[in-house]
Design a protein around this ligand. Structure first.
Ligand code: F6R
Length: 243
């Protein structure tokens, strides 16, 4: 596992955006795994800027989002579908048919998980996977658990995650209880993984991810077994790493 510590949130965002753009320059039909949440917002802004300046073309890029809430209509502003349109897809030229986000409103959610997993297998492997990290070590919505769940599946969100996300929904009761997420195996099959983290509130999380036990109780710890995984974090998030 590689670690890059940069000055602040803006720097890690720019670095991540440049990495994505460079990867697309090398492979125009890149298969890109994408996160939502607070952390990647600035990376998406930077990517939009790079695109507007003519330095990156998403025409042949294929994207797979990590996760989506179950039972939240796509048009709901808190759905990850809406988030992606607002922060990224509306501003760049990824083809509609190349955008993949799990359908949290599918009639049969189990079948939707299988469909999504098979689609990633058919179009993948994912060349470049961008991740954020939850305070409890979740990646995608793979919550702490007794075992690593390999494939795309339905996940019950922990209280901690629902509380963290309630700031977007206005109240805890409005946060969906379940989500569809890529599994840890799906994520680990990606050729290259970049994890972004920013802020003091992530310092303890990063310390555990880097130096704690590798355990499904702290899902991000599994990334240490990946051949090409880089954490790009700011100084605040790096504060508790032993020098
Ligand atoms: C969302 C996702 C989550 C977030 C994590 C951190 O698609 O994959 O694992 O990356 O919850 O969220 P923020 O960036 O809001 O702290």
């Amino acid at each position: 596992m590689n670690l890059i510590v940069m000055k602040d949130y803006n720097e890690i965002s720019r670095q991540a955006a440049l990495l994505v753009a460079a990867s697309i320059a090398l492979k125009p039909n890149l298969v890109l795994g994408l996160p939502t949440g607070r952390t990647p917002v600035q990376m998406y802004k930077e990517l939009v800027l790079i695109h507007r300046n003519g330095f990156v073309d998403f025409k042949n890029v294929v994207t797979f989002n990590l996760d989506e809430y179950v039972n939240l209509p796509r048009k709901n502003p808190n759905s990850y579908y809406s988030y992606m349109q607002k922060n990224f897809f509306r501003h760049v030229n990824v083809r509609k048919e190349n955008i993949h986000i799990p359908d949290g409103m599918a009639k049969n959610i189990k079948e939707e998980c299988t469909r999504y997993e098979e689609l990633i297998r058919a179009k993948g492997p994912i060349d470049l996977m961008i991740l954020g990290i939850g305070h409890n070590g979740h990646i995608g919505f793979n919550e702490p658990s007794d075992e690593f769940v390999p494939e795309t599946h339905i996940e019950s969100l922990t209280e901690k995650t629902r509380i963290a996300n309630s700031k977007y929904f206005g109240s805890l009761s409005k946060v969906p209880a379940k989500a569809i997420t890529m599994g840890l195996g799906t994520i680990m099959h990606s050729k290259k993984i970049i994890l972004l983290a920013s802020g003091r509130d992530k310092a303890e999380t990063i310390k555990r991810a880097i130096s704690g036990n590798i355990t499904p109780r702290f899902p991000a710890s599994v990334l240490r077994l990946h051949r090409d995984c880089t954490f790009i974090i700011d100084k605040e998030a790096a504060e508790m790493i032993k020098k």
